[in-house]
Design a protein around this ligand. Structure first.
Ligand code: P6P
Length: 292
């Protein structure tokens, strides 16, 4: 019997995520979209909005008793908050932020860990999509992803998300000229089957769309310019792996390893990642010569 996420003792964390969602949505609509004079730990230029979103989240979690520490895409290491806290929250405060100034959807991603920061210790994940509507999805190890939407200024639960065995959408990330031949042949084979390209360059809306539209494949492979992929394990890849597995899909790396079993070498470690319905992930294993 699946347990609703509210019964998990992490409700103070989920309520805090709802609070910061409103604050960051307001910041997106009112702040200066210029660049700050700093870079994040992945060497990416930081928008003032990145820094502002990070501060909003850090301030909000500073008073949440169950939170032991924070890891942010916008900061180097682990920020210790409380010795009595139970969970470490790893987050990307505004993923895809460079899309804001072309008015595309962006998101915040949260991975909630208990113990060492590795895939098997992820106990829940959440993400917020800032689009035409503000939506929140929360999943735990015991619950399917639950979709909520801001209606009349409040988050209202819409329903659980589940994915079909096979989908129709193909979100193929990474610079195509740097794909391996077998990855290119695999992606082309899906298009030859009639899949439709749906890729905005924002991980949150791209993965959200595939889950809501019943399935398909999101891929960000290792490439010649980024052999270990681009997406960060702790606060991008592992949190979405829980979402996809709990929605009935699969989430693996280029060696067939479940992304929920990843062991990050450091807080900003990356991994090639594939998220999808069972049919597409099975086809990927075949294309990559991986035994199931
Ligand atoms: P590319 C945004 O910068 C991001 O981190 C993810 O949101 C997105 O999936 C990916 O990078 C896009 O990367 O190389 O396809 O532009």
């Amino acid at each position: 019997m699946q347990k609703a996420y509210k019964e998990t003792g992490m409700n103070d964390i989920f309520e805090t995520i709802k609070q910061v969602a409103f604050e960051i949505d307001t910041a997106i609509k009112t702040s200066d979209l210029g660049y700050s004079d700093s870079e994040n730990s992945s060497g990416e230029d930081q928008l003032k909005l990145d820094v502002q979103s990070d501060i909003i989240i850090e301030k909000a979690f500073a008073n949440v008793a169950s939170v032991k520490a924070l890891v942010s895409e916008e900061k180097e290491g682990v920020l210790e908050l409380s010795e009595t806290g139970k969970y470490t929250v790893c987050y990307d405060p505004l993923d895809g932020s460079s899309l804001v100034n072309v008015n595309l959807s962006v998101g915040s991603i949260f991975g909630i860990y208990e113990g060492e920061l590795e895939g098997k210790n992820l106990v829940a994940s959440a993400y917020v999509v800032y689009g035409p509507r503000v939506e929140l999805v929360i999943a735990t190890r015991d619950s399917k992803p639950m979709l909520s939407r801001v209606i009349a200024g409040k988050f209202k639960e819409i329903g659980e998300i589940f994915m079909n065995e096979k989908g129709k959408l193909n979100a193929s990330g990474g610079t195509q000229q740097n794909w391996s031949d077998y990855h290119k042949a695999f992606i082309d084979s899906l298009f030859a089957e009639g899949y439709r390209l749906r890729y905005s360059g924002g991980m949150v809306p791209d993965l959200h769309q595939i889950m809501l539209k019943g399935g398909g494949l999101f891929s960000y492979p290792g490439t010649t310019d980024k052999p270990n992929g681009k997406l960060r394990q702790l606060f991008e890849v592992i949190p979405f792996a829980l979402m996809y597995e709990q929605a009935g899909g699969e989430a693996i790396n280029n060696k067939g390893m479940r992304l929920l079993e990843l062991l990050p070498a450091h807080p900003h470690d990356t991994s090639p990642c594939f998220f999808g319905s069972k049919y597409e992930i099975t086809a990927l294993r075949k294309a990559y010569g991986i035994k199931a």
